[in-house]
Design a protein around this ligand. Sequence first.
Ligand code: SF4
Length: 328
Amino acid sequence: MSAPSAPLLSVRDLHVDFKVRGDGWLLPAKRTLKAVNGVSFDLYPGETLGIVGESGCGKSTLARALLNLIPATSGQIVWMGRDMAAAGAADWQQVRRSVQMVFQDPLASLNPRMNVSQIVGEPLRTHQPQLSGVEVLARVKAMLVRVGLSEAHLYRYPHEFSGGQCQRIGIARALVLQPRLIVCDEPVSALDVSIQAQIINLLKDLQQEMQLALVFIAHDLAVVKHVSQRVLVMYLGRTMELAGKQALYADPKHPYTRALLSAVPLADPRRERAKMIQMLSGDLPSPIAPPSGCVFRTRCPQAFDRCAVEVPPLKAVGPQSQAACWLY
Ligand code: SF4
C-alpha cells in the first residue's frame, strides 16, 4: 500500500515507566520497570500496523499509552498533526471519539449488568449527548447488523453470548462512533481458531468499508500476517524490527523475528520439514532487570561481545526494514 504523506498517528521515542517496590532488604526499595522503552512509528489512514512480541514485552502498555489510558513517561504522541504532550483530560476525551479500543477478553470487557443496546449505545450517549434516544437506538441497530449480529440481540446480556459474539459486540461498541483508528489488543487470542478467522475477516471488511486504521496487537506472527501492512516486533519494551509485511515474512532481519517466525507452522509439509527451527532458549528476562546492551542477547544465538556493552540503535537494514541489531 502506498502511504499517504500525512500520518494519522506519529509516535516518537515513547517511554512508559512504572515504579516497582522492592522488599527493602535484598532488593532496592524502589526500582523502575521500563515497560515501553523508546518506541517510534507512524501510522497512516487506512493502514494496519501489527505489533508482536511475547507476553510481558510491553505491547499492551504501549496500546494503552496511545490512548492515554496509561500516561507516557516521556516521548511524543502526535494525533492528526496535533502534539498531545500538553493535552488535558478534555482534549484526550475528544481524541477518544476518533480512537477506540477492542480488548483481549471479550466477555470481561463488557459490563455484565448492561444489555447489548446499552453497551453499544454508551459511547454515543457519552460523546454525542445531542442525539435522541431514537437516534441512538437506530445507530446501535445498524452497527449490530454490520458486525454480523441482529436486532434480536439488542436486549440480551453478555453472558448469553459466545466468545466470538461478545467480541462482535465489543467491535460494534468501538465502531459506533465511526472512529479513524481502532487499537486492537490481542482481540482474538481468547477465541477458538475457527472464530479467530471470522473476527479477523470482520475487522478487515469493516476496515475497508470505513477506511479505518488499525493497531493490531498479537503474540503470534501468523495472526498478524493476515491483517497488517507493516509489523513492529517488540522485546522487553524495545523495538527489535519494524518492517513492511512482505519484507518481514520473506526476509526477517532480526534474530528475534527469525525465532518467532520459525515457530509459525507452514502449510506446505515439505517446506515445514526443511525449515530451520530456531527455538527461543530460556525465559524472557525480568523487565525490572533487563540485560545490558542488547536486551535480546541472553537468548540470541548470534550474540557477540559488543552486544553486552552497547544498545543497538534501530536503523535501516533494507528498503522496507529497520532492525536494532549489531549484525548490521
Ligand atoms: S545485537 Fe547482538 S544479541 Fe542483539 S540481536 Fe543482534 S546479534 Fe543478537
